[in-house]
Design a protein around this ligand. Structure first.
Ligand code: PXL
Length: 289
């Protein structure tokens, strides 16, 4: 047995205020029975959607983590990267993957770049260019619609016809990833719905999971989503069940939050719903696309 409890290297920032990145990755993977090895990319006082945040870039520290972890012969069942603190970190993440990779491992790359059609404040075009390269190292990538268009160097649009979306997923899978999942897709004909789509190259299937749209934006839901996908696939869930689990959890978290007078920048009330990750998933929402 490789590891008695599965280990995931989690390459994300730590933001003091707001439920994003390591603040959600660690509790979610722990609840799913998976140990996290955080490799922090930056330490911030808050995520970058708050005004006045401080930002400590940890690019120079990251190679030291790789060296010691290698010396300790640590073996990872998964490698999961998200928000990077500088475009130079892409080469470090690639080195991390080359150093620790083995055949039964899951590499998940969430190309965190932006949302709602715009890049996050601290990021620039260099990060986008580098991220286009990094995704090819992944087994699974999870861009939202904004990130999908940035990765493909196409102008953002709010709605996309299904056939065009499928072609874009195929393009993203072309040079590496076996599974491409695109989140926050809006349904033009039904404004009450939003959905995620996934393409699995090895089975040549497209999946879709729809959910009800709530008119609120909570930072960190992308990190929550990808953490659950990572945990679920490592637990042995099929792709459509992993999608169901992640979508249902986000839906529950948003519903638990939406009813309150609340600063949405804090993210969903994760602590209220975290335990539900132990419950069996209700298998009734995925469909073939
Ligand atoms: O969840 C994305 C994210 C992660 N990390 C930092 C962020 C954001 C989104 O705003 O600012 C620092």
């Amino acid at each position: 047995m490789r590891n008695r409890v599965k280990k995931v290297a989690a390459i994300h920032d730590l933001s003091g205020c707001g439920r994003v990145s390591l603040n959600v990755v660690i509790p979610i993977l722990s609840t799913m029975g998976i140990e996290t090895y955080p490799l922090p990319t930056a330490v911030l006082s808050s995520h970058t959607q708050y005004p006045g945040y401080s930002f400590l870039d940890l690019t120079d520290q990251m190679p030291l983590f790789i060296k010691q972890w290698k010396d300790l012969n640590i073996e990872f069942d998964g490698i999961y990267s998200g928000y990077l603190g500088s475009h130079k970190q892409v080469a470090i993440v690639e080195e991390f993957i080359r150093t620790f990779q083995h055949s039964e491992q899951l590499v998940v790359i969430d190309p965190v770049l932006g949302d709602n059609g715009t890049l996050y404040r601290a990021l620039n075009e260099d990060m986008v260019t580098q991220m286009r390269r990094l995704i090819n190292y992944a087994d699974v990538i999870t861009p939202n619609m904004t990130e999908m268009f940035l990765l493909l160097n196409k102008p953002f649009k709010t709605y996309i016809p299904t056939e065009e979306l499928k072609e874009d997923l195929l393009l993203l899978a072309e040079n590496g990833p076996d599974i491409v999942i695109v989140t926050s897709v809006l349904e033009k004909d039904d404004p009450k719905k939003t959905y995620v789509v996934a393409y699995n190259k090895s089975t040549n299937r497209f999946w879709k999971v729809s959910t009800n749209y709530l008119p609120a934006h909570y930072p960190g839901t992308g990190d929550t989503f990808t953490s659950i996908i990572t945990g679920a696939l490592l637990q042995g869930d099929s792709l459509p069940i992993a999608l169901d689990r992640a979508v249902q959890f986000i839906q529950m978290g948003m519903r638990a939050t939406f009813g309150y007078e609340y600063d949405n920048l804090e993210g969903i009330l994760l602590e209220r719903v975290l335990k539900s990750l132990d419950a069996p998933v209700q298998i009734n929402s995925y469909e073939l696309l």
